[in-house]
Design a protein around this ligand. Structure first.
Ligand SMILES: Nc1nc2c(ncn2[C@@H]2O[C@H](COP(=O)(O)OP(=O)(O)OP(=O)(O)O)[C@@H](O)[C@H]2O)c(=O)[nH]1
Ligand SMILES: [Mg+2]
Length: 456
């Protein structure tokens, strides 16, 4: 990311391929001049935010396309610089030639995320908002899009504001005491400051905890089907997918390799995993499948423990329950279309989050299962308190900040000199500043923006 921020950049903002329209975007001080040289009937005298139809020329000065140009003068533009958006016909050949035309007239091809990087560097948005732009573009479910949108409006930054103010105040208080040596902080003031510090620390803890929901919204909820052979896991899997993805037969041990599919359950992204039926004695291929099933169980966010309503609860079920039980799980009583023989041990009933009776064969009550997955998989969302912390980077910064505050708290309580406390508080503030990008390094920025697509 050694790109020169003073150069004018250009990139297609729409995906490659054929479409009715495509957009090419220019940003930088030379944008208007470049457009003037690119068009036959416009010398760059563009009105702000008023689209205008112009004829674009290729590198040989031959007419190339009629395009609609919109000029956004800086600083009131996405990047904070002069921006020109060219809406042209959506042929890859046309966009390529427009790009070449811009490059020949002095623009440079933008790097991934460079438009947003410039927006950040020009103070148009902070780092959490820049990350939200990426998340919004990458969102695959309505829920992901909604959370990204909230973040784009500065949700996390706003939530951090009071904590930062409070820390600055506490630090200034102690600094004043340092300046005026005779003004030692009285013990009762120390106690009071400790309390205020603890409150801030708790706020940061709450934010950290919201990452659990954030992670699920961002990466998806891993839901694993587990149960003994023939209980109907693959049938349930197919029902949730609404397609005959997995092979279903009446032969126990049908599924060998785990199957994974990404689905959208009421806006929640879910990675659904069908596994081999778990039983103790089996031949080697099946045993390998079972070993994988157990691995998947240990990595799941939520387990659907499938039992056969038409059969008695067996040692096999008990063995699975022991593996499943440390995790949050839903009891899926499948095959309710058959006469019931199943009696679950009290403990199993007590441990599960919810019991759902259904028939995968007939597709009965599958809706209730979907509801259960969404409800228990994403409890934060259910309470209406959505993720404020949406990625691991933000969470790491919060953890760092919290541990500095803990040190500061100990120093304060331990009667250490104000100097140490202030040092730790400043470090904590620095960590918080990294979340929004106020304190940050080139490497961090490069890491974030390189994951963007070209043209954003
Ligand atoms: N009557 C009835 N049969 C079902 C139901 N669900 C599944 N089955 C039947 O049960 C048998 C096993 O179904 P699968 O979905 O392959 O079971 P599984 O748990 O994936 O089995 P393995 O992959 O061998 O572990 C098939 O013959 C299904 O048609 C149901 O709700 N009612
Ligand atoms: Mg199966």
């Amino acid at each position: 990311m050694n790109a020169d921020i003073h150069e004018t950049i250009v990139a297609p903002s729409t995906p490659p391929g054929r479409s009715a329209l495509a957009v090419v975007r220019l940003s930088g001080s030379e944008a208007r001049r470049i457009l003037g040289r690119l068009s036959a009937d416009c010398d760059g005298d563009l009105e702000a935010r008023r689209p205008r139809l112009v004829t674009l020329l290729d590198v040989d000065e031959q007419p190339l396309d009629n395009a609609l140009i919109t000029y956004f003068p800086g600083p009131r533009s996405y990047t904070g610089e002069d921006v020109i958006e060219i809406s042209c016909h959506g042929s890859p050949v046309v966009t390529q030639r427009i790009l070449e035309g811009c490059l020949a007239r002095g623009a440079r091809l933008a790097e991934p995320g460079e438009f947003t990087l410039r927006a950040f560097l020009h103070g148009k948005m902070d780092l959490t908002q820049a990350e939200a732009v990426r998340d919004l573009i990458e969102s695959q479910t309505a829920f992901q899009a909604q959370v990204a949108r909230e973040q784009l409006e500065g949700k996390l930054s706003k939530k951090l504001q009071p904590a930062r103010h409070e820390l600055i105040e506490i630090a200034s208080h102690l600094e004043t005491a340092l300046e005026f040596v005779e003004d030692d902080v009285a013990p009762e003031t120390r106690v009071q400051l400790s309390k205020r510090l603890a409150t801030v620390r708790d706020q940061l803890c709450d934010l950290e905890a919201s990452y659990e929901a954030g992670r699920i919204i961002h990466d998806g909820l891993t839901v694993v089907l587990a149960g003994k052979p023939n209980s109907g896991k693959s049938s349930v899997f197919n029902r949730l997918l609404e397609s005959e993805r997995a092979i279903v037969t009446d032969v126990p041990g049908t599924t060998r390799d785990p199957l994974r599919e990404a689905i959208d359950l009421r806006g929640v992204p879910v990675l659904l995993v069908d596994t081999a039926g778990i039983r103790e004695s089996a031949e080697s291929v099946e045993r390998a499948g079972i070993a994988r099933s157990l691995e998947h169980v240990s990595e799941a966010d939520l387990i659907l423990f499938v039992v056969d309503e038409s059969r008695r609860y067996s040692d096999e079920d008990e063995f699975i329950w022991r593996n499943v039980q440390p995790k949050p799980f839903l009891m899926v009583r499948n095959k309710i279309d058959l006469p019931s023989r199943l009696v679950l041990p009290e403990q199993v009933e007590a441990d599960c989050l919810q019991m759902i009776s259904l028939s995968a064969l007939l597709g009965e009550n599958v809706d209730e299962l979907v509801e259960g997955i969404v409800k228990h998989g994403l409890p934060e969302a259910e309470k209406g308190e959505r993720a404020s912390v949406t990625n691991a980077r933000q969470k790491r910064c919060l953890e760092e900040a919290r541990s500095w505050l803990e040190r500061a708290g100990e120093a304060l309580a331990g009667g250490m000199s104000e100097e140490f406390v202030v040092h730790d508080l400043r470090k904590g503030l620095e960590s918080l500043g990294r979340i929004t990008g106020e304190t940050t390094t080139e490497d961090i920025l490069a890491g974030i923006f390189s994951s963007f697509c070209i043209g954003k």
